[in-house]
Design a protein around this ligand. Structure first.
Ligand code: NCD
Ligand code: ZN
Length: 359
């Protein structure tokens, strides 16, 4: 339902988020739980979430970090794949309903990926088992070769790694996470009739909003640095077109990835953009600018759930025109603060609180 200044949507889900652990978890998780019904929680903790027991314990810590245990929010857990992941153990975690998906980080591609996969060929038995049981493989789609230009790493991954993988393991259900290029948009589109399996893609709010110039605007801007890194404007336009197209293989995944200010503003700053406090507002702004508010619910609340074979959320959220929440740094107990992506940004929409909705 929408009028010119209100928009009501089925409660959305975030199909890719980093909630971290400890004090950071307590600081950031309530933002995600406030906006989304479910979230696919990334397993790149230190040490990573590689076993069913790790995932059960981490899920408990997430729920404990939320006010009143986060009623109405369900964290969906993922298994961090390594070169030695055991297909039977992974399948058991999926059968138990603990693992919703498995995450493939090429070793060295991004934050806390050191223990990730060094050789995709070693995991074919895992991918085959996942195909048999219908378990989704979530892919950080970048090659790690130092000789490949950082802006080309996604496109090269699609050619050199993803396409051969999907040819080798027909029927594998996969999500190319946080796509950043027109190449990825075209590749995902091209799969829809081509293979037995299905390939989806998540798109972040920040990749719909910034291009790579934002990283260098008037000086080095560490809060605009994430992986995959933002690309040129033509790619941003392709992503906006894909997200607002109504094609069901493109769905919402914030990749909200908080790092403390000191870790971002450093000689070797961490990759990751923290968008959780205004994630839905940021997407709404983009869809509004594209004249596509009518397409937002599919992207945010329907296509991801359908891809994962999960029921749609029953609840609703309402957005109102009138400016986002403030973009103040979010305090992390004991250790500092995280700066949200919307700090200093003009945004026209605001998620109404439960109290406002009731009144
Ligand atoms: C993520 C993180 O910080 O965990 N960083 C990022 O830039 N997106 C890891 C990831 O998803 O690549
Ligand atoms: Zn991520």
């Amino acid at each position: 339902m929408s009028s010119s200044d209100h928009l009501t949507l089925r409660r959305p889900d975030d199909w890719h988020v980093h909630l971290r652990d400890g004090d950071m978890l307590r600081a950031v998780a309530p933002f995600t739980a406030r906006q989304f019904g479910r979230a696919i929680v990334m397993p790149n903790l230190v040490p990573p979430v590689t076993t069913l027991a790790d995932a059960v314990a981490y899920r408990r810590r997430i729920i404990n970090a939320l006010p009143e245990g986060g009623p109405g929010f369900q964290p969906l857990m993922t298994c961090y794949l390594t070169d030695t992941t055991d297909p039977d153990a992974l399948a058991a975690g999926f059968a138990d309903g603990v693992f919703t998906a498995a995450k493939l980080f090429p070793a060295g591609a991004t934050t806390n990926s050191e223990l990730g996969v060094t050789d995709m060929g070693k995991l074919d038995a895992v991918f085959e088992r996942m195909t048999e049981i219908g378990m989704p493989l979530l892919i950080h789609g970048e090659v790690t070769d130092a000789e490949v230009d950082v802006f080309d790493r996604e496109a090269v991954f699609i050619d050199k790694v993803l396409d051969p993988l999907l040819a080798r393991v027909p029927g594998l259900k996969a999500v190319l996470e946080h796509i950043t290029t027109a190449d990825a948009v075209e590749y995902v589109r091209g799969q829809k009739d081509a293979r037995e399996g299905s390939l989806g893609a998540t798109i972040t709010a920040h990749h719909l909003i910034i291009n790579r110039n934002a990283i260098f605007e008037g000086g080095l801007r560490p809060h605009h640095y994430c992986l995959p890194v933002a690309k040129r404007e033509a790619h941003r336009i392709a992503l906006r077109q894909a997200a607002t197209s109504g094609e069901p293989w493109f769905f919402l995944g914030t990749d909200s990835a908080p790092h403390e200010v000191g870790a971002k503003q450093a000689a070797c700053g961490c990759a990751g953009i923290f968008s959780a406090p205004a994630a839905l507002e940021l997407y709404t702004q983009v869809f509004d600018e594209e004249g596509a508010l009518g397409k937002l619910e599919g992207f945010a609340s329907v296509y991801g759930a359908e891809f994962y074979g999960l029921p749609l959320n029953e609840g609703r959220v309402t957005l109102a025109r009138g400016g986002p929440p403030d973009g103040e740094p979010v305090n992390v107990d004991g250790s500092g603060a995280v700066l949200p992506f919307h700090a200093g940004r003009e945004l026209a929409w605001r998620l109404k609180t439960n109290e406002e909705e009731r009144s």
